[in-house]
Design a protein around this ligand. Structure first.
Ligand code: ATP
Length: 440
């Protein structure tokens, strides 16, 4: 009879280990892996994937199983010890200590450690039994599901919204670190997540760079401008650039030019999309697509032309720099040495902070480009050879064109905490070597 108890307790502890291992294994496998397993030809893998897809019900199934076997083992242990030890109090105490230690070591810690290292084989191995229990416990699982829903409703925190962009980006970083996706895929997904937060102001070509023509400009001159700049679309204004009245499209222009047309007014499209700088680029993209347009004019709050934005500017926010056949390729970041860089004035503040791992929020600054940012820190219009320190960076203005910085030089110095850490290590090193000397 005693042997029956020992064997039954042993079996229940093994089952407890099985459930613990399965719980850790299924929790360690990513959704992407479950998706891949679902495509497999092996039945067990497909079952494991199906269980992984219904994660909450799976975990409840495992918990029900684990609780039943743990409580069963504890009950049998108490019965067993009361048979072999006469004093009921001592028997109860010995039973509690013994079963706690056995369940902890054999039923929990060991299988969980093992499963953490080999999640997939263990999930696949355990799939048939877990699937059987999944259906067996289904009614209980359903009741527990209702109980969970009720508790979530009662304790739901205000403002408890769905996953935030930051959390999503952390998931993507994790997927990249674990090799599920490569760096390019990760970059594209992150750009797509951030895309909706970007506004026209983040992507426009500024007013000073706009190539536009007055409506009275002779057509031969416009022909030269098209040739020299290589742009396919040129805004047309009346009087000054704050009054844009049309867009000249290169193809239409050439055709009409060949037909002998002499007036720009008759060659341009009068359909002009005007947008404020605060428009989301995702909204503008839809609007341009719908209207079969390529370019929009950005109008500032004071009614003046602030810049232009084209489909290409919007798409670049998703996929990075796009070079046309005619574009002169200019790299915005040139590495001079391991700690020295030359950065273009038009480089974005967000990218600059990312590149130099600056632990501050770029949104705390009003500027979008490095040119504006340096002026903002200096609090005046930047001049060539102006220098400044920002965090661990030494910055020098290299070139200014039309009151705007064309390029800066950046030297990366050691971060203060690094220096302090190094100093600390150095001091400790000195101290330990002097201790050793005094010991000698
Ligand atoms: P396409 O590629 O259709 O031939 P494009 O090369 O003239 O057109 P886009 O590809 O739409 O122009 O844009 C490339 C870059 O040039 C964008 O940054 C855009 O803002 C800028 N750009 C386009 N037209 C002008 C213009 N008339 N003046 C100044 N910048 C422009």
């Amino acid at each position: 009879m005693d042997l029956f108890y020992i064997l039954a307790i042993f079996a229940l502890v093994i089952l407890s280990a099985f459930f613990s291992a399965a719980e850790t294994a299924y929790s360690s496998i990513t959704r992407v892996r479950f998706k891949a397993m679902a495509e497999s030809k092996s039945k067990r893998q497909v079952w494991a994937a199906a269980l992984g897809e219904n994660f909450e019900k799976l975990i409840t199934t495992i918990l029900i199983g684990n609780n039943i076997v743990n409580i069963g083992a504890a009950t049998l242990a108490t019965l067993f010890f009361t048979r072999v030890i006469e004093d009921a109090t001592i028997a109860g105490t010995v039973s509690t200590i013994a079963i706690t230690l056995i369940v902890l070591f054999v039923g929990e810690v060991a299988p969980k450690t093992l499963a953490k290292r080999n999640p997939e084989p263990i999930a696949i191995f355990s799939a048939p039994l877990i699937l059987f229990l999944y259906y067996l416990f289904y009614p209980m699982n359903w009741i527990l599901g209702l109980w969970q829903k009720l508790l979530t409703k009662i304790f739901k925190k205000k403002g408890d919204t769905a996953i935030t962009d930051e959390v999503l980006i952390t998931y993507v970083d994790e997927a990249e670190d674990s090799g599920e996706i490569d760096a390019e895929e990760s970059e594209l997904i992150k750009s797509a997540i951030e895309f909706d937060d970007l506004t026209v102001e983040d992507a426009l070509t500024p007013r000073v760079d706009i190539v536009a023509v007055d409506v009275t400009t002779p057509v031969d001159k416009v022909l030269d401008i098209f040739r020299e700049t290589g742009y396919s679309r040129i805004p047309v204004y009346k009087g000054n650039i704050d009054n844009i009245i049309g867009i000249l499209n290169e193809k239409d222009f050439y055709k009409l030019y060949m037909d002998g047309q002499k007036k720009i007014r008759n060659m341009m499209s009068k359909e002009v999309v005007l947008v404020p700088p605060s428009t989301k680029i995702s909204d503008l993209l839809k609007r341009l697509q719908k209207g079969k347009m390529h370019i929009a004019i950005v109008i500032s709050e004071f009614g003046g032309t602030m810049g232009i934005i084209t489909l290409e500017d919007i798409l670049e926010e998703l996929v990075g720099e796009i070079w046309d056949e005619h574009d002169e390729i200019e790299e915005p970041v040139k590495k001079i040495s391991d700690t020295e860089y030359e950065i273009a004035g038009q480089y974005s503040v967000d990218d600059f902070f990312d590149l130099f791992e600056i632990d501050r929020d770029p949104d705390d600054y009003d500027s979008v480009t490095i040119s504006g940012f340096v002026g903002e820190i200096l609090d005046r219009t930047p001049q060539e050879n102006d220098t400044l320190s920002f965090d661990n960076l030494f910055i020098k203005v290299l070139k200014v064109e039309y009151n705007r910085i064309a390029s800066i030089y950046v030297k990366v110095n050691k971060k203060q905490e690094d220096e302090e850490l190094n100093e600390g290590l150095l001091l400790r090193g000195l101290k330990s070597s002097s201790d050793e000397e005094s010991e000698e």
